[in-house]
Design a protein around this ligand. Sequence first.
Ligand code: HEM
Length: 433
Amino acid sequence: MREGIPVLRGALPLFGHLPSLHRRLRDVVRDGERENGPVFWLNLGFGRWVICAAHADAWQLMKSKGVSSEHAREKPVIDFLGARSLIALDGAEHARVRGALNPTFSPRGLTGLDLGPAFAEIIRTRLSTWAQRGTISLLAETRELVLSLMFRMAGVEGAELSEWRRHYERLAWLAVNMPDIPGSPRWFAKRSRDWLDARVRELIAEARANPSTGLISALVAARDEHGAALDEQQLVENTRLLILAGHETSASTMAWATALLAVHQDAWKRLCDEALAAPDLPRTPGELKAFPFAEAMFREALRLYPPVSFDMRRVVTELEIAGVSLPLGADVLIPLATQSRDAGVYPDPDRFAPDRWLDKRTAPTAVELVQFGAGPHFCLGYHVAWLEIVQFLVALARVLGAAGLRPSLHGRFPEPRFIPLTHPPSSLRIRVA
Ligand code: HEM
């Protein structure tokens, strides 16, 4: 026990529960709850202890005024995202920066940037190369595709997609608590962060010199209600965050959805029937409604494999969860990967069942959107993600389906890797034939 709360057994020296969380996060949380009840300590490695709140209502903590994002302004997260990025801010300062960005990310703001038609074209062009290539390295492919969408959104042309992808892949290791030993993943991650920041500064300078309709120009021009602009550090950290948050997450969901379609032929056929019956790809958030099965596939892939496997908050006032008082100052881990498979919300929660969404044509509830977080930090890019992933699925079915092709898997269905973000293994290949 620590401070009256049970400690999960099985921690390794130095690495704690990190290796088992990386491979089996869902099982670790479910077993931990069975053995210890809904609240227990976990060791995230190298002495970083956090409280895992496995209870079905834990996600509500993200909406509570009794928590903060202070943990993100300390190591290891500060190295990863920076102390001035949205995710690390609280209260009035968070509201100020968020208020400056919100209009650009609303459905109206996105329509104003004319993103939908541009996304549709980029996605279609990239997917039409799949047929000739035959074998696709799935995660690298979806990451580069979504990076190109993010660059289109940012108003950047001709970026070196594979270089950016590689540096972002390394950067993510800064989220993990481990020592800065030369040659370690963390050491390489810092070099990649320097590489990314140098490029991001160039993009900001370019946007200042030649304002465009892109996101970086929008960030540079953004003013809060007092007329104040973001300072240089906020611009750099938030641009780096936006490109990261915007591509790793959506790319992972696209990869999972494709892998699911590769093994569920009935779902592939239904997607093709729907997509090929339509005159074209959807181009605005409003047009997505005409593709109920593609939307259902997106929501089911996201539910089964939420890219952000857990979120975190620090306890700053007296709080309890499931009748257990949380110690002041403790960091609480909210496992979105199990929250999004809660049997109380989803019957037979581990089963792939896109139909569960088809009868629900009303707006999603907060618990159904838990993969995007909750409360003041709720994902800024939610509308972008929904649009680009459904566009991707419709385009996949239209491009491959029209040519009589379909994706299939090399080998068994992949097991997720949960840390830093949930994704299929980088070695995953699909065959297009
Ligand atoms: C499937 C796709 C996505 C998923 C599952 C996802 C998930 C999340 C989650 C869980 C959070 C933390 C929320 C919280 O702590 O309450 C978050 C925050 C954020 N996301 Fe997303 N995200 C996705 C796509 C995107 C896209 C496309 C963008 C940008 C274009 C984006 C930008 C952000 C930003 C800037 C934040 C920080 C918001 C804040 O702290 O106020 N995300 N996202």
